[in-house]
Design a protein around this ligand. Structure first.
Ligand SMILES: NC(=O)c1ccc[n+]([C@@H]2O[C@H](COP(=O)([O-])OP(=O)(O)OC[C@H]3O[C@@H](n4cnc5c(N)ncnc54)[C@H](OP(=O)(O)O)[C@@H]3O)[C@@H](O)[C@H]2O)c1
Length: 248
């Protein structure tokens, strides 16, 4: 088991990539702290993990993020791994982006992982080191029409990753990002075609040289690698997971 004895905090653990990551990490021996806005969704994830601790919080609010990280770390007596996965997707052409929608993206995709990093780094440093994994997006490397504003927030999360890697290597902390293209999760249900119809994952498959969109379990496997000691010399990098989408 690759994470035996480790404590891992996973944000957005109530669904999609977060749920798959929490389940895999628990299977690999980690004690998992599950954080997200909806308690019932966290409880559902917890059923598949032994010894899970759930804490409902809106991580876009600094005080709530601090409380969530502190409560999780205190519950388990420390913290080794943080997966900054919680986030939202909003689709809108640049000139149609209004202030409330932009503020929502900034709150959930930039403030949220930033507050979690600020709260978590001292706990990781206290253990002599740890790992932070940010789930960003391939759109943060190359945007698509309608996703410019979302992509900007994910690019910001990329820079957060590099900054943590630079400033906290001295504390033994590694920070890396995973940048997936479309993954089959509830967030994907929000993607629309230019004429407003729902994007079906079967139709999107043609954009991918490997012939399909990704799965949450595949992203979880990548997170497991980066969280484990197998990746002990890897920091400040981005793992693009996109079925070949960007080279097409
Ligand atoms: N699926 C894709 O195609 C894809 C591609 C690239 C990147 N990503 C990124 O992957 C991450 C996970 O997405 P997913 O596809 O697994 O979507 P998802 O199933 O919608 O999961 C996102 C989770 O984040 C939580 N969340 C959002 N804002 C939060 C906040 N302020 N505080 C606490 N929890 C919050 C949600 O909790 P509640 O529901 O309880 O609010 C939800 O459980 C996101 O950062 C997303 O941008 C996804």
């Amino acid at each position: 088991m690759k994470l035996q004895g480790k404590v891992a905090l996973i944000t957005g653990a109530g669904s999609g990539i977060g749920r798959a990551t929490a389940t895999l990490f628990a299977h690999e021996g980690a004690r998992v702290a599950l954080v997200g806005r909806t308690a019932s969704k966290l409880q559902e994830t917890a059923k598949a993990a032994q010894d899970a601790f759930c804490f409902a919080a809106d991580l876009s609010r600094r005080a709530e993020a601090q409380r969530a990280v502190d409560e999780c770390a205190r519950h388990f007596g420390g913290l080794d791994i943080v997966v900054n996965n919680a986030g939202i997707s909003r689709q809108r052409m640049l000139l149609e982006m209004d202030e409330p929608l932009w503020d929502e993206l900034v709150a959930h995709n930039i403030k949220n992982p930033f507050w979690v990093v600020q709260a978590a780094v001292p706990w990781l440093a206290r253990r002599g080191g740890g790992v932070i994994i940010n789930i960003t997006s391939s759109l943060g490397l190359k945007p698509s029409p309608g996703f410019g504003a979302y992509a900007m927030t994910k690019a910001a999360q990329q820079i957060l990753t590099l900054s943590v890697a630079l400033e906290h290597a001295k504390d033994g902390i590694r920070a890396n990002a995973i940048s997936p293209a479309v993954v089959d999760t509830p967030i994907h249900e929000t993607y629309l075609t230019p004429d407003g119809a729902r994007h079906r994952k079967e139709e999107m498959a043609r954009f991918y040289p490997l012939g399909r969109v990704g799965t949450a379990e595949e992203v979880a496997q990548a997170a497991l690698y980066l969280a484990s000691d197998d990746a002990r010399w890897i920091t400040g990098t981005t793992l693009l997971m996109d079925g070949g989408r960007l080279v097409k």
